[in-house]
Ligand binder design. Sequence first.
Ligand SMILES: Cc1cc2nc3c(=O)[nH]c(=O)nc-3n(C[C@H](O)[C@H](O)[C@H](O)COP(=O)(O)OP(=O)(O)OC[C@H]3O[C@@H](n4cnc5c(N)ncnc54)[C@H](O)[C@@H]3O)c2cc1C
Ligand code: SF4
Length: 533
Amino acid sequence: MNEDDDTATTGATYDYIVIGSGFGGSVSALRLAQKGYTVLVVEKGRWYDKGDFARSTWNLKRWLWIPTLKLTGIMRVTIFRHIAILSGVGVGGGSLVYAATLPVPKQAFFNSGSWASLNDWARVLQPHYDTAYRMLGAGFNPRLGPGDQALERVARRIGREEEFHPAKVGIFFARAPGEAGQTVADPYFDGAGPPRAPCEHCGACMTGCRHNAKNSLDKNYLYLAQAVGARVLAETEVCGVRPLGPHGRGGYAVQVRDSTCWWPRRRTLRARGIVFAGGALGTVKLLLQLKAGAMPHLSDRVGCDIRTNNECLIAVTTADKTEDFSQGIAIGSVLHTDPDSHLEPVRYGAGSGTWRLGMLPMAYGRNAWMRLGRMVREMARHPREYARIFTVGNWAQRSQVLLFMQHLDSTLRLRLGRTGRLRTELDVGPAPQAHIPRAEVLARLYAQEIKGKPFTLLTEQLLDIPSTAHILGGAVMGVDAATGVIDASGRLFGYRNALVCDGSVVSANPGVNPSLTITAIAEHIMAQVPARL
Ligand SMILES: Cc1cc2nc3c(=O)[nH]c(=O)nc-3n(C[C@H](O)[C@H](O)[C@H](O)COP(=O)(O)OP(=O)(O)OC[C@H]3O[C@@H](n4cnc5c(N)ncnc54)[C@H](O)[C@@H]3O)c2cc1C
Ligand code: SF4
């Protein structure tokens, strides 16, 4: 339901204003509205209907989020000194751009990090994982694409074929042959959800599903939230929050501005309670600004314990035209490469080739000169192969991006710089690394399987900055304000009726794609909020 209703905000005081409409924000909107509260969701990105998504990543206006250049797409790239971050923007947050993979973390996640002593998390979250699976419509991918089959061959070569399996994803697949290509009545919520159409295995999930098959949040949580009265205000950014009365006892004044025009209007909205759900980047930036100004009692831990999945992204491109690697869903399979790590082959839809502009042949070494030297030597050894690969016509049809993730922990810290912009700092423990030797070995094996060559991002090759699509933490759980920013129920230490409910609360490294876990934790946080009297 594309409802961008400005009259929703005039003069009213909401029970809750939810900042951001990603996984945490959408769960919050539905559960609070079901409990009888009036809810306004404020989202800086645009509404996207299926026909609005870019056909390929070359349509930068609909793919990238750089509003000052009038690019109002669904993906934001933020490069810091220690990490380059991909994240989602729009009504539905990261669900618009995500690959819809929904794994459960291993046991170590529930017993480590700042939240470990607060609960028996594996037991407490189990029912919420079940709810999250049901709400996000998770099911196993029924059809492996050529890129998945190549991973299966790699699994056999390293003797771990039993650790290879199709991915569990939030995508609607045809339930019978006759359903393919048809629009059908809501298959998930006894008719209360929107009509849907089955997946066409076009590989384009990460530019936005143009076929109404991906179960993005606007088709489940947010859709149902609107049906029970929640309002969504899109293209509006929250730029300030002022507690009314000591510690927010009288509610909050929320300052907003238009986010997609050059001369933004500013307004102030009011609410009795507030939910910070802007994703790790959005929430942490806002909380750091507020701590320096209107909300000084926030914990000093805001911005600490920033984590990734310790990922590594390596694209393998081939000049061999026998297979079309854009076929399948964006992530169709998983290989558990050892007890701590796993590998997923990721694809874009045919025609999407923008990433090739930001990649160089993979080479590792202590510094940029060494890496560049090794890269030149490698190309000099295989000039004809590289010439053919550099000139392949359709990058997405000839490439798979290997996403390697690890359970091993590493942390960074986000702070506000002098100009008010976010910057990263090293924190206690090791920082995420651009070079993961195990990932390099697997990428070379995969490259042999598809007769291709591995490539890494320019930021890794030239600047040694690792990349992540899974930024987490910064407002983690703790026993008190000295150890965390929120308690085990998501409540901000130091303020009343103020919750955090998104990836920033994830208090250990899940080691796997995190959206299912964010959804489950959000369900847990919302289950603690009493119904409106
Ligand atoms: C290309 C890509 C592929 C991915 N694939 C997967 C996958 O397959 N599986 C998986 O589990 N995860 C995947 N992820 C990660 C996943 O998208 C995120 O982990 C998840 O979306 C985080 O959820 P969240 O609730 O923290 O916030 P988000 O989903 O990031 O939503 C936050 C929202 O808040 C808005 N916002 C921020 N600040 C403000 C503000 N001040 N005012 C108003 N609005 C604001 C943002 O615009 C955004 O829409 C992928 C990510 C990317 C980039
Ligand atoms: S593979 Fe294509 S049709 Fe299927 S969910 Fe992804 S974008 Fe939609």
